[in-house]
Design a protein around this ligand. Structure first.
Ligand SMILES: NC(=O)c1ccc[n+]([C@@H]2O[C@H](COP(=O)([O-])OP(=O)(O)OC[C@H]3O[C@@H](n4cnc5c(N)ncnc54)[C@H](O)[C@@H]3O)[C@@H](O)[C@H]2O)c1
Length: 419
């Protein structure tokens, strides 16, 4: 799988003055003057309208959103014909940018935001996501979070007050083979996004982090005070983004929540979204592919771990519960809550054998499986300490049940397979 972020033409930016909106995109368009290689200053068309010259998106001015009225004019001008883009969201700062919103978790969060009456905008380069995962009516911008110009246009013109950052590369073994690609996409591009957020006056940032930042912890459950010691470039690349957020918060006042997900599984119970990745690495996804005949069997990597049944134990959280945790994290920040790092799990573990037994129970059929060698770097058990998230967020999980997780994942996979 190629993870290099493709250099695309920049659909969100009109190269010459006088060009019109690209109707495929929810991005607002700007004239570029003196911008080379995607860098440089964006000059909204509105600066021509009022004759006041170039609005500076300065660090110091990030709270005050200079030239808001000018930008509104510009956005209204440029959004004519966009259809689905909501002009009224401009400058209200209550719109949420969901990076990676065409992917598995991001698309569920978009649904949760819509269900909560929020206004999401999706930015995704479609490297692993799909355009069709973004619900109709949600503005969609195709491009990379590392594209400073495109991100600045998007933040400014959609009146983004909060960024939820899911975009990234997520396959652990691939990160070992191609570490620099992971540091670029997960760390360098996150740096570019955070800088753009500060310049644009984004107030809140919610980050998809991971239990991989803990590495191989020696005690369970793993609470947030557990030392971080990632054992692969994926975990390290995400931890560095946490550090950037911590330090940007201290220096510049950005407010953030980093959510450390444990094992995310399942699919939207209403069948609106699910996992689409072709390169499946998640146990329940692979089991679902086996059930639907896309694989002949499932491998169990090691049955001699020091666990009750010898197989690895993980804390599986339903993706729709994870999605509502993001909405709760947003409410937490909006109501003045402190910056937080929060584990996302249910605080209990299921073994690989227990998961596969549940798949057999739900389908009523035996699942072809074989015992394979352990994979290097697989900890025997990872279970989240969840006291902090329960105490901090107004969040009640609704799908804390292995049968629900498995059956929603199976229903989605059957739909994908046309069964
Ligand atoms: N799936 C899990 O179990 C799990 C566990 C812990 C953390 N996470 C984190 O959750 C986030 C989402 O994971 P997912 O499972 O939904 O993966 P996914 O691959 O389904 O989604 C990632 C999305 O980001 C997009 N993307 C990637 N690089 C981009 C870039 N530079 N600019 C714009 N878009 C880009 C992809 O096209 C895709 O739509 C990731 O940051 C991942 O590290 C996932």
């Amino acid at each position: 799988m190629v993870i290099q972020v493709p250099k695309r033409s920049r659909p969100g930016v009109v190269p010459e003055a006088g060009a019109h909106s690209n109707q495929r995109n929810g991005a607002c368009h700007a004239r570029k003057l003196g911008r080379a290689g995607g860098q440089g200053r964006i000059i909204p068309a509105s600066s021509r309208l009022d004759g006041r010259g170039i609005p500076e998106l300065s660090w110091a001015g990030r709270k005050s959103l200079p030239h808001a009225a000018s930008r509104r004019l510009f956005c209204q001008d440029k959004q004519q014909g966009l259809g689905e883009a909501k002009v009224e969201s401009v400058n209200t700062k209550d719109t949420v940018l969901v990076t990676g919103g065409a992917g598995y978790i991001g698309s569920h969060v978009v649904l949760a935001l819509l269900d909560a009456g929020r206004r999401p905008v999706v930015l995704d380069d479609l490297s692993t996501g799909r355009r069709s995962m973004v619900p109709a009516g949600v503005p969609f911008v195709e491009g990379s979070v590392g594209d400073a110009g495109l991100v600045a246009d998007t933040l400014g013109c959609h009146g983004i007050g909060t960024v939820m950052h899911f975009a990234g590369s997520i396959v652990v073994p691939e990160s070992v083979e191609r570490p620099l690609d992971y540091y670029r996409n997960n760390t360098v591009n996150s740096h570019a996004l955070i800088v753009a957020c500060l310049k644009a006056g984004v107030e809140r940032f919610i980050f998809s982090s991971t239990a991989a930042v803990y590495g191989m912890p020696d005690r369970l459950p793993i609470d947030e005070e557990t030392a971080t010691a990632p054992i692969n470039p994926y975990g390290a690349s995400k931890l560095m983004t946490e550090w950037m957020l911590r330090d940007a918060a201290a220096a510049h006042g950005l407010r953030y929540v980093a959510l450390r997900y444990f094992n995310v599984a399942g699919a939207d119970p209403q069948g609106r979204s699910g996992q689409i990745s072709k390169v499946a690495t998640h146990l329940i996804k692979i089991a679902a592919q086996t059930v639907t005949g896309q694989r002949s069997e499932i491998a169990v990597f090691g049955d001699n771990y020091p666990t009750a049944d010898g197989t690895c134990v993980r804390d599986y959280i339903h993706v729709s519960d994870l999605a509502t945790a993001h909405v709760a994290a947003l409410a937490h920040l909006e109501t003045g809550g402190a910056n937080q790092i929060l584990n996302c799990g249910y605080g209990k573990g299921c073994s690989v054998r227990e998961v596969l037994a549940m798949v057999e129970a739900v389908t009523g059929k035996p699942l072809p499986m074989r015992i394979a060698a352990r994979r290097p770097g697989d900890p025997p058990a990872l279970v989240a300490g969840v006291e902090r998230i329960r105490a901090t967020l107004d969040w009640t999980p609704r799908f804390d049940d292995l049968e629900t997780i498995v059956s929603t994942a199976l229903a989605w996979e059957r739909r994908l397979a046309g069964q």
